[in-house]
Design a protein around this ligand. Structure first.
Ligand code: TXA
Ligand code: MG
Length: 323
């Protein structure tokens, strides 16, 4: 990928150009508030196939369709329960993905052959502008997984996207630069195909926040038996170095903990987040930093398992599984 544009200021022209590239069947990596996505026209099976090739992802793993507002929901989904509308009204645009019964527009090549589709309205202004512009010229939406190789760490900056995918992208593909993702971990995924919502992947929007806005209680169940959900049964979000969650001293290892926890002797402090929100924001860039420093081991003291801490611990657990 020699001279693909590395776009640092997303002007209206650049957004139009990127939307046109999507329409022509090319890939556009774009910032979102959670992590960067690798986008393609959600109605173009050939373009979507390239997402799987570039990511090295098995083709039965479904993608999230990114839409510009809750008004587009009915194009892609059917049998939408009232609570899903309530969730959309309260938390979109934002870091939340809803799983709903699909309409025909959501093809097998998006859903991995399942009868459900994942939908999200991101809040990042560049993402929203791109989706709106693309909807305008195509009557479609943007299918996008996180812009990393399968099983690797999700990118939270455009240079991370290059590091992950640069050698697999073509000259006609585009990577938009929107700075660092402000949330830093992937969206909360909620299954809305049952009587009550179920969290399939914890994220920035927590169970407590969801329940506070809903009449009916949430039933949290991370590992689903009937829905295929890639993050739920494989090592994921993982850097090359080994990650362990430990209280012990490991001489020469990298160390990540909240600021209030002092660095144990002979360990290399990589980050000192002051809150769980900051912990989430710097988590993946710290994984990348550990690899850049060629550390064999990164020792993490996880935050308390409450609020967004639950999502951080889920990512840490998957990242620490043996390869
Ligand atoms: O924050 C995010 O969600 C980011 C940004 C780019 O939007 N996207 C993201 O996509 O994390 P991805 O593909 O890396 O993770 C989406 C997860 C996968 O684990 C996939 O299996 C699950 O969503 N998923 C997609 N469609 C589904 C469906 N119909 N039923 C169950 N799980 C689904
Ligand atoms: Mg991913």
């Amino acid at each position: 990928m020699s001279n693909s544009p590395f776009l640092s200021v997303c002007t209206a022209d650049i957004i139009r150009n990127a939307a046109a590239a999507l329409k022509a069947g090319h890939l556009v990596a774009f910032p979102t508030e959670t992590v960067y996505g690798l986008g393609a026209d959600a109605r173009n099976p050939i373009a979507v196939k390239r997402i799987y090739e570039v990511k090295g992802r098995p083709s039965d793993h479904p993608l999230i369709v990114h839409i510009s507002s809750i008004n587009q929901l009915g194009n892609w989904a059917t049998e939408i329960p009232d609570y899903a509308i309530e969730l959309g009204r309260n938390f979109w645009p934002g870091p939340m993905t809803l799983i709903l019964k699909r309409k025909d527009l959501a093809g097998d090549f998006i859903t991995g052959g399942q009868d459900t589709v994942a939908l999200r309205v991101p809040s990042d202004p560049i993402a929203l502008a791109l989706i709106k512009e693309f909807e305008k010229i195509s009557n479609s939406a943007i299918a996008a997984p996180s812009a990393n190789r399968f099983g690797q760490v999700s990118p939270t900056s455009s240079s991370d996207v290059y590091e992950e995918l640069g050698e697999y992208l073509s000259d006609s593909d585009i990577v938009l630069n929107g700075g660092n993702s402000i949330i830093g971990i992937e969206s909360t995924i909620i299954d809305c195909t049952g009587k009550q919502p179920r969290i399939l992947r914890p994220g920035f929007i927590t169970l407590e926040q969801l329940e506070a806005r809903l009449d009916s209680p949430i039933v949290e169940q991370l590992v689903s038996t009937t829905l295929r959900f890639s993050g739920a049964f494989e090592k994921h979000y993982a850097p090359k170095c080994k990650i362990i969650l430990s209280d012990q001293i490991w001489k020469g290892a990298g160390f990540l903990a909240l600021k209030e926890i002092a660095t144990p002797g002979d360990m290399i402090r990589l980050a000192s987040p002051e809150s769980n929100e900051e912990f989430a924001r710097i988590l993946y860039s710290t994984f990348r930093e550990a690899d850049r420093k060629r550390l064999d081991l990164l020792v993490v003291r996880p935050p308390k398992s409450e609020g967004i801490g639950i999502a951080i611990i889920e990512r840490l657990s998957k990242a620490s599984l043996g390869r």
